[in-house]
Design a protein around this ligand. Structure first.
Ligand code: PAF
Length: 289
């Protein structure tokens, strides 16, 4: 497995694969890899001849006061996990390599970035769009695998790849959960044992809403009220939002449709956790078992 640190090294690596006619798959990450990331890599390895994983904690997607400095990092462990899985290359640039002095370009995906997390994390999706555009430019992969846990991010990246003719096929992977339902996230590391137990209320609330829909409930306000009640009943929780949106447009809806997704962001202790689930009984659950 090669560890590439600069855009030039990355481009050279990719040119060699293109010359050999190989399909290049890509998994963008901020490191501190867990089983959810490994599932994305396995999917990429199934679909591509060679796979690059980027490990870069991107400063432009953190707002002032967020956890950029505390964000967990463990490059040695990440490299070992990727090597053991059979990943061919890691792209791990320094901040100065990605954003050298004089850098001044911005990428904004307008409407899709505004609702949900966009309401509370100013500039977040613009930072994600910027770094993903740069990574796609340096790597020029044929396909990229992204997780449905960051469901708004996934929709934003699909749009940007299409709008800017980046030619990268975006493959969505279902949320990977712990056996007790907690969606895997690098930020779960922040949770104490008691907070982790409270955090289970997110997936429970989503499942309860989905079950209510299966039993015939279609009113979004009723579903949201029940989900909030379940989360607020747990200690250490502070809801940022619980909303139901159309999974393609990210706009709020009042009645459940086949494209309805319940999405939420909840602080549990210091950790800001997000989770989501499709509500329609006619569609498969987003979560893998
Ligand atoms: O989902 C993440 O880990 C990040 O937002 C991404 C896509 C790697 C961009 O920094």
């Amino acid at each position: 497995m090669e560890v590439l640190r600069t855009n030039d090294e990355m481009s050279k690596w990719r040119e060699e694969r293109y010359r050999k006619g190989q399909i290049v798959g890509f998994v963008p990450t901020m490191g501190y890899l867990h089983r959810g990331h490994l599932a994305l890599m396995e999917e990429a390895l199934r679909r591509a001849d060679e796979v690059v994983v980027s490990i870069f904690v991107n400063p432009t997607q953190f707002s002032p006061g967020e956890d950029l400095d505390q964000y967990p990092r463990d490059l040695e462990q990440d490299l070992k996990l990727c090597r053991d899985l059979g990943v061919q290359a890691i792209f791990a640039p320094e901040v100065e390599e990605m954003y050298p002095s004089g850098f001044q370009t911005r990428v904004q995906v307008e409407h899709l970035s505004q609702n949900l997390c966009g309401l509370y994390r100013t500039g977040h999706f613009s930072g994600v769009a910027l770094v993903v555009t740069k990574l796609f430019g340096a790597i020029r992969p044929h396909l990229a695998v992204l997780g449905e846990k960051d469901f708004q991010q996934l929709v934003v990246i699909k749009r940007l790849s299409k709008d800017l003719n980046l030619g990268v096929e975006i493959v969505a992977h279902p949320i990977v959960r712990e056996p007790d339902g907690l969606a895997m996230s690098s930020r779960n590391k922040y949770l104490s044992e008691e907070e982790r137990s409270s955090a289970l209320s997110l997936s429970r609330a989503l499942l309860a809403a989905r079950n209510m829909v299966t039993e015939g409930e279609r009113r979004v306000d009723v579903l949201v009220a029940r989900a909030k009640e379940m989360i607020e009943a747990e200690p250490h929780t502070r809801i940022q939002y619980v909303q139901v949106v159309d999974e393609e447009t990210m706009t709020d809806i009042d009645e459940v449709t086949p494209k309805a997704v319940m999405a939420m962001a909840v602080f549990v202790g210091q950790a800001r956790l997000i989770d989501n689930m499709r509500l329609s009984p006619s569609l498969p659950c987003l979560s893998s078992p």
